[in-house]
Structures are given as structure tokens and as C-alpha cells.
Write a protein that binds this ligand. Structure first.
Ligand code: AMP
Length: 234
């Protein structure tokens, strides 16, 4: 019997979470990373940390993120390559929000090849436009730990405060309606083609992101603790 959560054959395991903003991929990527004992690598979180710290990279990225556009490939590629080279990523990692362009996906393949990392498992979230708008409008994030809430679907016990660490819950500046429109357009134009890219390689598993959090987690757990290729195109 395959042991659950352990690395697949070859040791290193990479999982990619792909989907439109508001699909719930951040929430699920964090949960699955914890389950698999792998680091959760969110390029959005990394960029927000740069913005918060006022680094040169953060100052370059901030206006682009505020408009809801994608930051240049070179910036995110450099961040990701540095991050997956760290010791805690030696058994694998969960990528959340990366890759987001075909160029990023191709360059990620090169990185995998160079480092001897096998094919990733790719989870694609499908969610309707309507659900995305609802999700993003109600999303609130803890300023301290990054825990994600939704005013209706997953409210905190005390309004405005994180259940985990009591941190203040805030709305991301790019979750405002005018920016959401641009982020969705960027997704459709630049990121959606990646579904086909990974589907053609037999690496994509699609998940209905409109189910509740617990159902999606159960489904992902079953997918990610099964052997790669089991029940899908090998
Ligand atoms: P997220 O938290 O994943 O929604 O990312 C927030 C913002 O960070 C995006 O709207 C982009 O401006 C930027 N960003 C995050 N990941 C990437 C990426 N892989 N490529 C380009 N821009 C990114």
C-alpha cells in the first residue's frame, strides 16, 4: 500500500495550484502543503512581503499589483528559483499562484529538469465568474498570519479579528471591484492557456472550486495522496 502523504517515487514532489483569483486555491494550497509536510510557496504572498518591507523589488511590483496586472516574469522567476533552492524545499513544495504565464511554465520546466525534479501534479480550479466576484468581494485576510476568511462563507468568530492569532482582518487592496476586473482579464489572457499546456502533458487534474472548503479539501487529499497517474491519464 502506498503510504499517504509520503513523497512519490523519485523523492521530490512538486504540486502546482492553478486557477482564477478567488477560486479558493490559496486556502487549499496552504492546507495541502501542511498535510504533505511541504512548504507553501505563494508568489502573491512573497510579493506582498516585498511590498510591505519596501524592498527594491517590492517598490517595482507595488504599482503593477495595485492595477491587477501581472508583474514581469523575470521578477517572479528569480524569486521562485531562489525559494525552491532552500533546504526546507528539498523534499518538494506546493506552488500557489505560479506559474501564471506560458513563459513562466516553460522556464519552470527548465528549473525542474536542471534540479532533477520530476513532473508536477497540477490542480486546476474551475469556478464561474459570478462565484469569483462573490468570493473576492467577501474575502478578508489576517494582517498577521495571512489566514483567509469570507464574510458569509467562513466568517471569523469575532468580527474583524482572526480566530487563530487575533490579528486584524483586512481587505486586500486588489480585491476592489475595479481591480478584480483587471485581474480576471489577466487570468483569462495569460494564465488560462496553462490549463491546456498541462492537460496535454497528462498532468492536470481539474477540481470544481464551487464546492465548500471541506469537500474540496477531501477531494484534493484523495488526489494528492494517491499515486501520480492513478485514475488519470498516466
Ligand atoms: P495572488 O495573491 O496570487 O492573487 O497575487 C497577487 C498579485 O501578485 C497578482 O495580481 C500579480 O500582480 C502578482 N503575482 C503573483 N504571482 C504572480 C506570478 N506568478 N506572475 C506575475 N505576477 C504575479
Amino acid at each position: 500500500m502506498a503510504s499517504s502523504g509520503a513523497a512519490g517515487a523519485g523523492g521530490m514532489r512538486a504540486v502546482i495550484f492553478l486557477g482564477p483569483p478567488g477560486a479558493g486555491k490559496g486556502t487549499q494550497a496552504k492546507r495541502m502543503a501542511a498535510l504533505l509536510h511541504l512548504p507553501h510557496l505563494s508568489t502573491g504572498d512573497m510579493l506582498r512581503e516585498h511590498v510591505a518591507s519596501g524592498s527594491a523589488l517590492g517598490r517595482q511590483a507595488q504599482p503593477i499589483m495595485a492595477r491587477g496586472e501581472l508583474v514581469p516574469d523575470e521578477i517572479v522567476l528569480g524569486m521562485v528559483e531562489e525559494r525552491i533552492g532552500r533546504a526546507d524545499a528539498s523534499a518538494g513544495f506546493v506552488l500557489d499562484g505560479f506559474p501564471r504565464t506560458l513563459e513562466q511554465a516553460r522556464r519552470l520546466d527548465d528549473i525542474f529538469l536542471r534540479r532533477g525534479i520530476g513532473s508536477p501534479r497540477v490542480i486546476g480550479f474551475t469556478v464561474s465568474h459570478e462565484a469569483i466576484l462573490r468570493r473576492l468581494a467577501g474575502r478578508r485576510t489576517c494582517k498577521l498570519g495571512g489566514e483567509i476568511y469570507h464574510l458569509e462563507d467562513h466568517p471569523p468568530k469575532v468580527a474583524g479579528r482572526c480566530d487563530v492569532d487575533g490579528g486584524e482582518l483586512v481587505q486586500r487592496p486588489d480585491d476592489r471591484p475595479e481591480v478584480i476586473r483587471e485581474r480576471l482579464a489577466a487570468y483569462e489572457r495569460q494564465t488560462e492557456p496553462l490549463l491546456g499546456y498541462y492537460r496535454r502533458q497528462g498532468l492536470l487534474v481539474e477540481v470544481n472550486g464551487e464546492q465548500d472548503r471541506e469537500s474540496i479539501s477531501r477531494e484534493l487529499e484523495a488526489i494528492l495522496t494517491s499515486r501520480p497517474g492513478a485514475g488519470t491519464v498516466a
